[in-house]
Write a protein that binds this ligand. Structure first.
Ligand SMILES: Cc1cc2nc3c(=O)[nH]c(=O)nc-3n(C[C@H](O)[C@H](O)[C@H](O)COP(=O)(O)OP(=O)(O)OC[C@H]3O[C@@H](n4cnc5c(N)ncnc54)[C@H](O)[C@@H]3O)c2cc1C
Length: 306
């Protein structure tokens, strides 16, 4: 099922046809407050009132011309201004292929730099990690940006065999790191195939992000998972080491494990929700179905709902 939905996520035909169906649009609304920035901003206000932080991402990937990448860049600059004007602490998360990585890494860097400069020193611009063929280029761009700007963060995927080495090289830089399990279809030569092994790798990497050396270097440790067992393991580990709750944070997606997001915030942990918006949601939504095929029932239920 996971492979099936991940293959659908790459299908242009499905993207152009299925996304038009009203029942699919209704099903996706479970994971998105709406398609516009105003919808995302309204959601961020509600989250803030529950002591939950937010990160915005405009859905889209693999743009095919420079003008489109420039438009996305301008969009983020404007969104950051709106966030500031509303006094929200919301950060943004970007996909490099939406900022022109496929066209020209230099053009992509210039676009990232523009967003990072406009974010303000305290607001981290997170860089998503995409499929494994982009990891080298993504890390190269990240390292270049991090040498100049402190407010840039990177996502690492626990399922990749290479991630322990990548993490070891990023820790001394004091990187802001968002650890995820990984959402793409990858061969076993590249990614750990068994879910239980990915979970174990996640916990092992999490511990490395919380060492004294990592904290002394200034690493920002963000654990992006809805896995309650892992969240419990990590919080218990942090407490057993006497770490303050402010030493780590948990990030989840809008609409998933909402009660867990609130529980963490209530108990004094930093809880952050990634709010996605925009009209290009089809591949992203297919990856959400791949993570939990039971979500497909929501699509079917919506098909028969009036
Ligand atoms: C803030 C954030 C940023 C991310 N950024 C990236 C990125 O840049 N690159 C990347 O490859 N991946 C990214 N991901 C996705 C990530 O790789 C996983 O695919 C996703 O988080 C599901 O894995 P999990 O850790 O929640 O654990 P799982 O073991 O998949 O899920 C644990 C439990 O959470 C619930 N759950 C998980 N997913 C769903 C869902 N879609 N619908 C309903 N319930 C669900 C279920 O109850 C499930 O049993 C991001 C995830 C988050 C939360």
């Amino acid at each position: 099922m996971r492979s099936f939905f991940l293959m659908c996520s790459q299908s242009r035909w499905l993207r152009e046809h299925d996304a038009k169906h009203r029942f699919v649009r209704r099903a996706v609304s479970r994971f998105m407050p709406g398609e516009s920035v105003s919808d995302a901003l309204a959601a961020a206000v509600v989250l803030r009132d529950c002591s939950i932080g937010s990160v915005f991402t405009r859905l889209g990937e693999n743009v095919t011309d420079a003008a489109e990448a420039a438009e996305v860049t301008e969009h983020y600059v404007e969104v950051l201004e709106r966030i500031r004007a509303m006094g929200l602490g919301t950060e943004v998360s970007v996909k490099l292929t939406q900022l022109g990585l496929d066209l020209d890494p230099e053009l992509c860097y210039v676009n990232v730099e523009k967003i990072v400069k406009n974010a303000g020193a305290k607001s981290v611009v997170w860089i998503d990690m995409e499929a494994s063929n982009y990891v080298d280029a993504t890390l190269e761009l990240y390292r270049r940006a991090r040498k100049v700007y402190p407010n840039v963060g990177i996502c690492l995927q626990a399922y990749l065999h290479r991630t322990a080495d990548d993490l070891a090289s990023l820790v001394p830089m004091g990187a802001a790191i968002r650890l995820v399990k990984g959402a793409y279809l990858e061969p076993p030569s590249v990614a750990i195939p068994r879910k239980s092994d990915v979970d174990a790798a996640f916990f092992a990497l999490a511990q490395k992000m919380l060492t004294d050396d990592a904290r002394a270097a200034g690493v920002r440790a963000a654990f992006a998972t809805h896995d309650r067992k892992l969240i419990r393991q990590i919080t218990e580990y942090a407490q057993s080491r006497g770490l303050a709750k402010s030493c780590l944070e948990f990030q989840m997606l809008y609409g998933i494990q909402t009660e867990e997001q609130r529980r963490l915030a209530r108990e004094g942990w930093k809880s952050v929700v990634l709010v996605a918006y925009g009209s290009y949601w089809f591949p992203w939504y297919m990856r959400r179905l791949a993570e939990r095929p039971a979500n497909a029932w929501f699509v079917l239920r919506n098909l028969f709902a009036t």
